[in-house]
Write a protein of this length. Structure first.
Lengths: 312, 277
């Protein structure tokens, strides 16, 4: 039986694991219970700064602390990180201060809270900022490992985590195989490569199983780092498969699909089909319902794979 | 760090000369707010800031955050007076590759602690510096200068509320209340009502002074440092005149962000005692 877990729990665990470093501090905007920074707050209240419901202030308190030698991890819902975009741009990214921003409850998978809570543009907007690493891991194990690695970087980051549970893929893998900026090859097929992030990685594995039944062998990549993109791995997929599908719970504009396409057009080329939110807002629904409503679930990935192959 | 009132006034006069020179040379920039703030920043750096000009990144230095970062000529002039940068560096104001970027930038200029340029951000950054100092059990302080028009940014009040909640006694704000913003007088753009009452209501220690009377400026800085005012954040509301010291710029919204022409430049030098009429 596959273990199920939410990536936000991996984030919360990582903060606790990082607490041995006295320079690690946690910033909250009244959503620590949801983003899972609350575990750190309970264990280390003296190193947790409550910023109230004030995301703009939180980002720059983080910048001031980073400029004073601390390693701030600030979190709120993904959608509310966008409210502080210009603070991230001008106050964090521009002076290259290593503030690590986590947006939980990202994507339409967030579910019944409805469209106001379903960030579908966070990856796109933060990807446009120089100096900022952008991550969207797919399970709690990789989220924990990647969060811990962020503490050793000297530049800011944005990581999206998800509210709801998804299958855990990395319980038994060597942690060294999970590195910022390195995609992970989960399946090795030669007909089409599915490059996915976040909650759609497990959907992509399902899609690969469905394709196999039809005699189509798909590679599946967990591209947990959108920036810097693992272009070398994308090139390998182009050479091996000659057809690419991208899959993300995010607007098709600006996210992983765009990042892969930007790389492809300037390097080795192959047809790309993008599975993502079709440039519209969501609604209230269960996580699995939303994947179908927004045309993101495995069957849509299968269709996209066939389409990509037909364009070879 | 003892300086006489006369010495501080002379430092501010020299800085005014540099401000006008910088803006005239660049034919761009923000003279009005630089001239309104300059008595305050001169006194702050010359008598209060615990900094090492020959070691600008000294970790335990006091921080100064010019949140109204467009008023950079004022800060650059003071940094040159203090020896963080040279007077020659002032010629790089708004010039490609220069340490004196259009808005103060910590990545470009020694002695600058915050990359400003977008209003409403410095107080939050200062709160972060003050929080870090407390965690370090350090005596260092964070001084933040904000503008009055800047208070229209909502994030200023997020920070004001948070700093008081956390009782950050090492966070000290100076408000340059020059009554003019980019487009017009503040009173026309967005009325401020009782500024002192607003900050008091947010839980801050508040004092009002004339920001061009050097004796009052020193009393105001004493207030910010007084032990009885270190129970929480404090703000000095300094009533100033935009363009102070240059007759045709004073209280004139046109000189928020405009450079003097050659004739006006000469007149300014005469008024500052640098040239014959």
């Amino acid at each position: 039986m596959t273990r199920m877990a939410a990536t936000r729990d991996g984030y919360g665990q990582a903060l606790l694991d990082l607490a041995d470093n006295p320079k690690v501090v946690v910033l909250e905007a009244d959503l620590g219970k949801s983003t899972k920074s609350l575990h750190f707050r309970k264990a280390h209240p003296e190193r947790t700064v409550s910023c109230g419901i004030g995301e703009q202030n939180m980002l720059l308190v983080g910048a001031g602390m980073a400029a004073s030698g601390y390693i701030p991890f600030a979190s709120t819902f993904a959608i509310f990180t966008e409210r502080a975009f210009e603070q991230m741009r001008n106050g964090v990214a521009r002076p290259n201060l290593a503030v690590h921003l986590c947006g939980s409850h990202g994507g339409t998978h967030t579910g019944t809270d409805g469209s106001s809570a379903q960030s579908i543009e966070d990856l796109a907007v933060f990807r446009t900022l120089p100096n900022v690493t952008v991550l969207h891991p797919c399970d709690d194990v990789s989220t924990r490992i990647l969060t811990m690695r962020l503490a050793d970087t000297k530049s800011p980051s944005y990581m999206r985590t998800a509210r709801n549970k998804t299958p855990v893929l990395y319980d038994d893998v060597d942690p060294e195989s999970i590195q910022i900026g390195k995609g992970i090859e989960l399946r090795d097929g030669h007909d089409v490569a599915i490059i996915a992030c976040g909650v759609l990685v497990s959907e992509s594995l399902k899609a690969a199983d469905m394709l196999k039944q039809e005699g189509i062998e798909a590679s599946v990549i967990d591209m947990h780092t959108l920036k810097p993109l693992d272009g070398q791995l994308v090139d390998q997929m182009v050479e091996r498969c000659g057809a690419i599908v991208t899959a993300e719970d995010h607007n098709v504009i600006g996210g992983l699909g765009s990042a892969v396409a930007e790389h492809l057009v300037a390097n080795k080329f192959a047809p790309v089909e993008m599975v993502g939110v079709p440039d519209r807002f969501g609604e209230s629904g269960q996580a699995d319902e939303m994947l179908d409503v927004m045309e993101l679930s495995a069957k849509y990935i299968v269709e996209a794979a066939k389409q990509a192959i037909s364009r070879k | 760090m003892s300086k006489s009132i006369a010495e501080l006034e002379e430092m501010a006069r020299k800085c005014r000369v540099e401000i006008v020179k910088m803006v005239h040379r660049a034919q761009a920039g923000h003279p009005g707010g630089s001239l309104s703030e300059i008595d305050l920043i001169s006194a702050l750096y010359a008598t209060r800031m615990r900094v090492r000009p020959n070691q600008p990144d000294w970790e335990d230095r006091d921080r100064f955050i010019l949140s109204k970062g467009h008023a950079s000529p004022g800060m650059y002039a003071v940094l040159a007076e203090m020896g963080f940068i040279s007077h020659e560096d002032l010629k790089s104001y708004r010039v490609l590759g220069g340490v004196c970027q259009g808005h103060v930038d910590m990545k470009w200029c020694p002695g600058v602690d915050f990359s400003a340029g977008s209003l409403g951000m410095g107080l939050s950054f200062g709160m972060g510096c003050a929080t870090a100092a407390r965690l370090d059990s350090s005596e260092r302080r964070a001084f933040v200068m904000i503008g009055d028009g800047e208070m229209q940014e909502g994030s200023v009040w997020e920070a004001a509320m948070a700093a008081a909640h956390h009782e950050l006694g090492n966070l000290k704000v100076i408000l340059d209340r020059n009554r003019i913003q980019n487009d017009d007088f503040c009173e026309e753009q967005m009325r401020m009502f009782d500024i002192s009452a607003k900050w008091k209501a947010f839980g801050w220690n508040v004092k009002e002074i004339d920001g061009h009377d050097m004796t009052q400026v020193m009393e105001g800085l004493d207030f910010l440092e007084a032990p009885e005012n270190c129970n929480g954040p404090s703000i000095l509301i300094a009533h100033t005149i935009k363009g102070a010291g240059i007759s045709y710029m004073e209280n004139n919204p046109s000189f928020h962000g405009a450079a003097p022409n050659d004739e006006q430049f000469h007149q300014a030098m005469v008024e500052l005692g640098e040239a014959e009429a």
